[in-house]
Design a protein around this ligand. Structure first.
Ligand SMILES: Nc1ncnc2c1ncn2[C@@H]1O[C@H](COP(=O)(O)OP(=O)(O)OP(=O)(O)O)[C@@H](O)[C@H]1O
Ligand SMILES: C[C@@](O)(CCO)CC(=O)[O-]
Ligand SMILES: [Mg+2]
Length: 328
């Protein structure tokens, strides 16, 4: 049996534009998915995922009947929910050269789903690490990150960057530009997250930006402008200049809104944070609904968000510096 955990993330800068090769800076946060994997004597895969919004369920099936899990919700829902775990297990079987290995998988997570905090990447990274170790193989972090990216790329129909999976594997602040990913030095930033209780459809939002970019020159320019702003953000990060970082986050949110990926509740939370004195605030991740991230050393933003009707949950998020962890 092996247990691994991996963190979620916020984007300080650069989501969406990163899909077109512009630089982005995701930062791992101390909210984790923890996955326990036990090898089975047979070839079946049994997944217990208690924190899914489908009220938690258990699926059990073998590879040959993957389309017919034994559950009482519709197949579509299960497939959508289980795609990441399924593909992560396929990567682990491949890495350990054990194509028929069966597993009991138990997923626990404190990262809200589909909300821009990288829950899918955290689950995938932790599952690959735990499942390979359950088969007696220890992968290095580069391989975990690469295999986790392959999973997101497959499940999201080719629409994924390496950002979430690399960041979840390595921890810390990360600079992603195309296929190049590296950890960068960052001060301990005072992140505050506001969550509207909803979710966005990452695939649909990425497709929306893609078609906007192909149809309207302003949208292509906006994507490039996000890239320029990220370059300035990297300088501000090096200078540990929180005021400038906040200003650039505000610009980044405006540009994301121009690309159509904000929402009424995301905008309302961003303004609640700014009004409370945050250095800056922006949506994080794919948008459409889910989370914003703000910078504030004081408690004012968290308190203001908690009183904002648009916000279901607000919390302080510490920068995670560990990345994937072997718990057992
Ligand atoms: N606790 C969990 N148990 C099992 N699967 C999970 C869990 N958390 C997330 N997932 C998988 O990840 C999917 C959500 O991933 P999605 O990429 O849409 O959002 P996200 O990763 O939370 O946000 P973003 O990619 O915008 O940062 C879920 O539908 C499910 O398949
Ligand atoms: C919208 C996007 O840039 C971030 C989602 O967390 C998509 C991706 O990078 O895969
Ligand atoms: Mg995701």
């Amino acid at each position: 049996m092996a247990t691994s955990s991996a963190p979620g993330k916020v984007y300080l800068f650069g989501e969406h534009a990163v899909v077109y090769g512009e630089p982005a800076v995701p930062c791992a946060i101390e909210r984790r998915a923890t996955v326990t994997v036990e090898k089975r004597a047979d070839e079946r895969l049994r997944v217990r995922a208690q924190d899914l919004s489908l009220e938690g369920f258990t699926v059990e099936y073998d590879g040959s009947t993957a389309g017919t899990p034994e559950v009482d919700v519709t197949e579509d829902l299960v497939e959508a929910a289980m795609g990441y775990v399924d593909e992560a297990i396929a990567q682990a079987r491949d890495a350990a050269d054990a194509p028929n290995a069966g597993f009991d998988v138990h997923v626990e997570s404190s990262i809200p789903l589909g909300a821009g905090l990288g829950s899918s990447a955290a689950v995938v990274v932790a599952t690959i690490d735990a499942a390979t170790r359950a088969l007696g193989v220890e992968l290095d972090r580069e391989e975990i990150a690469d295999r986790a990216y392959q999973v997101e790329h497959t499940v999201q129909d080719g629409q994924a960057s390496r950002a979430d999976t690399f960041c979840s594997t390595m921890g810390g602040a990360v600079l992603v530009e195309g296929d190049n990913c590296e950890r960068i030095a960052a001060p301990d930033l005072p992140f505050v997250v506001g969550y509207d209780g909803g979710a966005g459809d990452t695939g649909a939002l990425v497709s929306g930006v893609r078609s906007l970019r192909e149809t309207y020159p302003f949208a292509a320019d906006t994507v490039e402008s996000i890239g320029d702003l990220v370059e300035q953000g990297i300088d501000a990060l090096e200078a540990e200049d929180t005021t400038e970082l906040g200003r650039l986050m505000n610009f980044n949110h405006g540009l994301l809104a121009a690309l159509g990926v904000s929402s009424r509740s995301l905008d309302a939370m961003v303004w609640a944070a700014r009004d409370a004195g945050a250095a800056g605030a922006k949506l994080t991740g794919a948008g459409g609904g889910g989370c914003i991230v703000a910078l504030d050393e004081t408690d004012a933003t968290e308190t203001a968000l908690k009183y904002s009707p648009a916000c279901a949950e607000a919390f302080r998020a510490e920068l995670d510096t560990e990345g994937v962890c072997r718990e057992q």
